[in-house]
Design a protein around this ligand. Structure first.
Ligand code: IMP
Ligand code: MG
Length: 175
């Protein structure tokens, strides 16, 4: 599959600066606490790697692989868990680390499922947010950048599994 690279929306330098700011914010918000970062595969991999190195707290990491069925009408079972967490989260400060919030369905249902496991706290941190695309009401606690309704690639985000490795955030049109 071929894609034409349209435009760089967010440069490598802008990403690094924003990730540093979010890391500082999390460090301040959870001062004296231990946290667990939960990266959502595969898109959040680069953000997770950068973010954890900007947080000065006692932390552990884990990963989940989830996909949403895309129905806003069902109340449960909408998120399919491919790879679950390795350890229980009861009593832990959990921060979900995601690449983008689009319809909001994935995180809306994932949050519900993880809350049922009784964490001490549960927040969501995403590098990108497309608020204009919401199908369910959902607000992330930490947002890197808001983007318009364009198909975004790079810094973990893919077009049919490709272009995840771009160090900047861009948008593409299929050729
Ligand atoms: P949501 O459940 O609709 O919020 O979508 C979540 C998932 O859709 C994200 O974690 C991404 O994997 C994918 N996604 C949404 N928008 C884009 C995009 O513009 N580019 C690449 N992937 C996207
Ligand atoms: Mg994703």
């Amino acid at each position: 599959m071929k894609f034409s690279n349209q435009e760089i929306l967010i440069t490598k330098e802008q990403i690094a600066k924003r990730v540093q700011e979010i890391g500082k914010q999390i460090t301040a918000d959870y001062a004296g606490e231990e946290i667990l970062l939960v990266g959502i595969l595969k898109g959040a991999a680069p953000f997770m790697a950068d973010l954890m190195r900007e947080i000065d707290l006692d932390l552990t990491i884990d990963f989940m692989c989830v996909s949403s069925y895309g129905s806003a009408t069902k109340t449960s079972g909408v998120v399919r868990i491919g790879k679950d967490l390795d350890t229980p989260i009861e009593g832990k400060n959990v921060i979900i680390v995601e690449d983008i919030v689009d319809s909001g369905l994935t995180l809306f249902y994932l949050k519900k499922q993880l809350l049922a496991r009784n964490p001490k706290s549960l927040k969501v941190c995403t590098i990108l947010d497309k608020p204009c695309r919401r199908k369910v009401e959902f607000k992330a606690d930490y947002v890197g950048f808001e983007v318009d309704d364009k198909f975004i690639v790079g810094y973990g985000l893919d077009a049919d599994q490709h272009l995840r490795q771009l160090p900047y955030i861009s948008w593409v049109k299929e050729e």
